[in-house]
Design a protein around this ligand. Sequence first.
Ligand SMILES: [Fe+2]
Length: 203
Amino acid sequence: MHYVDRAIHVATEERDEHTARHDFSVGYLAEALGQAMRLPENELVPLREAGFVHDVGKIGIPDKILLNPGKLDAEEWEIIKSHSLRGERIIAAQSNLSCEKAGTAVEIVRAVRHHHEHYDGSGYPDGLKGDEIPLWARILLVADCYDALTQRRVYRSAASHEETMAIMNAECGAFSDPKCFEVFARMIETSPLKVRPESAQGV
Ligand SMILES: [Fe+2]
């Protein structure tokens, strides 16, 4: 990894394999979406790396909450939500950033902090709305949602590609940036990253 120290991702692998796998998928999906949105070429690798570490803050969440297959109470949910700020803190503390990478690193840190902001302002941690949300964070949210829904979890089975796209379409505008979702919906149909029935988990 070029902008984020690989050791940060390895630490996530050690803590929770599911989160590490999810981080990788989100990174590749975000890169593909960024490319389809015609982001400048030099933004694609750091965007992918932001995806690779977007949930690294889950390192700081206790097992009884992170691995809880049941429904979380309000207090536990607040603790889960703290992962975006914990992730920001971890990435911002990297000591390997040379001057020419510093500006890009700031964008990665912002993307990690804001990857759960919703387009209508109902997300966290800052309740940012619309274009106030950094573009990379809006891209990560779409990628995050697609991967989360298509993967089996202990508390629910995996949704198919079609089911996932229907859910995301219904929530788009409130949850995700409609422009990002529109480009994603076009891009994913021909992408090798599209979840196909034979590769779906738990169906
Ligand atoms: Fe997250």
